[in-house]
Write a protein that binds this ligand. Structure first.
Ligand code: ARG
Length: 465
């Protein structure tokens, strides 16, 4: 079955295209998202064509007027506008509508331009704004972590390695561990903004153009900082898309680690946090349930983000230069990741501000274990015992206690001394949880004073826009 709707490229064809081809080939249902960017970039192109005397001033004005009219038309009723338009993509849709609106002059807009340099210019123009939005969300989330760190300078909880109690830490220090990951994420997106901020218009289909165009002018009009310097590369380069999908994936991996802790800490076994009712969900069957759907979904979205990254890289692998239709597959992946990461960042921030951190529970969890064993060894080491020997002695004390179902705090001085004569009665104070964290007073350590210093440094870096 053939379709008789006229294509922008119908000149060399005798027959209309098959319906199934049109259906398969069409990207309008997703690239319509770029209608505004497509129009803004076309306006800049039309201005430049007149400035360079490639079309007349009047023709340019007529085109620009038509484009603005189309923008209003679309914004008045998007659904209706796109239902009526049967074009294969957003670029053809707007160009054919322009020709219908302003007549013959509209046919001059595409002078010195191809959809190959146009599509990626639109994507770059759109993505710049999106990356900026992501960075803003990231900054807000980072500030929340910093504020929580300030609130919990002295809150003590068990620190884990291998999910086994390892050493006591301050909750403030824990929050700043995520602040650091987010700071690196912000820097990666800043870098990505630079690789995205490149004008590709002027590259034509792949070879450049023979018209005396002014690419600097278009770059200035659209706020691009750079101009692509190889037309073949310009129409095929999707590195900045892959970078963005990677940055989103890594950011999401970071958030999934935090989300996993929130799920765990919300369990009856941990009870380190209480989620406020507005940010938890219930079960349709079990009346007692209060589920942490938000962090579970934040954790779960990571699969989608990594999938989109792998999808993009796989699409790019092995395609020959320059533009190939495969590249049309870039947009849905990108749109999906961008839409999802924005909501993830927004809800992560709200969720974090609607949790009560149960300091007593955390303290209790750290109190009923041998989490301070390293500090016992350090006590002896500071009195001259080589660390390896101290480690062995404390290992024996731990085994002794486990056999008798006792903790360090239950031992008498003579029991301590039966393991080593250098233990004095100050051992009790030296291994209190507060002493343990205060003693980690090294740059980057968990001591409250170090957390205060780290907050100061964090506020100095990338803090506000
Ligand atoms: N819809 C296309 C895309 O998204 C636009 C470029 C089409 N170019 C072409 N030569 N058919 O990649």
């Amino acid at each position: 079955m053939a379709n008789d709707t006229k294509k922008l490229w119908s000149g060399r064809f005798k027959e209309g295209s098959a319906n199934l081809l049109d259906y398969f080939n069409s990207s309008l249902y997703f690239d319509k998202k770029l209608y505004k960017e497509d129009i803004i970039c076309s306006v800049a192109h039309a201005k430049m064509l007149a400035k360079c005397n490639i079309i007349s001033q009047e023709e340019s004005e007529e085109i620009i007027h038509g484009l603005n009219k189309i923008l209003t038309e679309i914004e008045e009723d998007k659904t209706e506008w796109f239902k009526k338009n049967k074009s294969e993509d957003i670029h053809s849709a707007i160009e054919s509508r322009l020709i219908n609106t302003v007549g013959e002059t509209g046919k001059k807009l595409h002078t010195g331009r191809s959809r190959n340099d146009q599509v990626i210019n639109d994507v770059r123009f759109w993505l710049k704004g999106e990356i900026k939005e992501i960075i803003t969300h990231l900054k807000h989330l980072r500030i929340t972590f910093i504020n929580l760190a300030r609130e919990h300078l002295k809150t003590i909880l068990p620190g884990y390695t291998h999910l086994q109690q390892a050493q006591p830490i301050t909750l403030g220090h824990y929050f700043l561990s995520y602040e650091q990951k987010l700071l690196r994420d912000i820097k990666r997106f800043d870098q990505n903004l630079k690789s995205t901020n490149v004008l590709t218009l002027g590259s034509g289909a792949l070879a450049g153009t023979s018209y005396p165009i002014d690419r600097e002018f278009v770059a200035r009009e659209l706020g691009f900082e750079e101009i692509s310097s190889n037309s073949i590369d310009a129409v095929s380069d999707r590195d900045f898309v892959a970078e963005c999908l990677f940055n989103i994936s890594l950011l999401s991996v970071h958030l999934s680690q935090w989300a996993e802790e929130m799920v765990l800490w919300n369990s009856d076994e941990f009870k380190f946090i209480t989620i406020s009712d507005a940010y938890a969900t219930g079960s349709s069957m079990m009346p007692q349930k209060k589920n942490p759907d938000i962090p579970e979904l934040i954790r779960g979205k990571t699969g989608r983000f990594i999938g989109n990254l792998v999808g993009m890289l796989t699409t790019l692998k092995g395609i020959p230069q320059a533009y190939n239709k495969d590249l049309q597959e870039d947009k849905e992946l990108l749109f999906d990741s961008i839409d999802n990461i924005k909501i993830v960042l927004e809800i992560a921030n709200e969720f974090l501000q609607n949790i009560t951190f149960e300091r007593h529970r955390m303290y209790e969890a750290a109190s009923n274990s041998f989490i301070n064993a390293t500090d016992v060894a350090d006590y002896l080491t500071k009195k001259g015992v080589p660390f390896r020997i101290a480690h062995e002695v404390v290992g024996k004390i731990v085994a002794y206690c486990i056999e008798r179902k006792r903790l360090f705090k239950d031992l008498s001085l003579s029991e301590w001394n039966s393991f080593h004569e250098l233990f004095g009665d100050d051992i009790v104070n030296q291994i209190m949880l507060e002493s343990c964290v205060e003693s980690k007073n090294v740059y980057g350590g968990t001591a409250p004073q170090q957390v205060i210093n780290a907050i100061g440094r964090a506020e100095g870096e990338h803090y506000e826009d």
